[in-house]
Design a protein around this ligand. Sequence first.
Ligand code: CA
Length: 237
Amino acid sequence: MAQKILVVEDEMSIQTLLQFNLEQAGYEVVTADDGAEALEKVELDKPNCIILDLMLPEMDGLEVCKELRSRHIFTPVLMLTAKDDEFDKVLGLELGADDYMTKPFSPREVVARVKAILRRIKQLEGMKSSTTEEGERIQVGELDVYPNNYEAYFQGELMEVTPKEFELLVYLVRHKGRVLTREQLLSAVWNYDFVGDTRIVDVHVSHLREKIEQNTRKPEYIKTIRGLGYKLEGPST
Ligand code: CA
């Protein structure tokens, strides 16, 4: 069955261009012209990935993203932003977008990015369905991560994380006690050259901290190693 992509864009020329290219690549495409329609289509069509334009009439891409996450919908979101809109990019990631692309982009580039997102989701899901038993379990302090089941628990409670947050968490716990640079995390978790924009790592780390740290200013699990990067370890007793 073809994977379904929801394209949310009010500019018809771009919407059509993306639809055409994604269909050429074998995807089923659903479109929405504004945020409200996007939210309806997400519930109705259950897309595998959402391409979400930031600049939309009325409800903008950031609000859509925020609304999705507040409804506990963790479909990966590729956000389209205007050129040099640094503030919005970071905010978009903070509100739960998995990735972003800057306009103008080549449709081929967008298709490649969607493919990369879906491939990683599929890998995760493949691992999940192929394991009948519990599989690998990594425990750090009160954190329990089951990479194969695509589940993480903190203090016994299932954590709600986006696919990227989960991948980052798995990478961190697998390398616990080791200092990892932002560049290292970027290439390991995001898998492609991000032209040195390592803030995406910082944003995802801060999301994880909100979920597992008592005091995000004095993190006990994910420590900042000044000038180097991050290190995950168990809280000292
Ligand atoms: Ca637009």
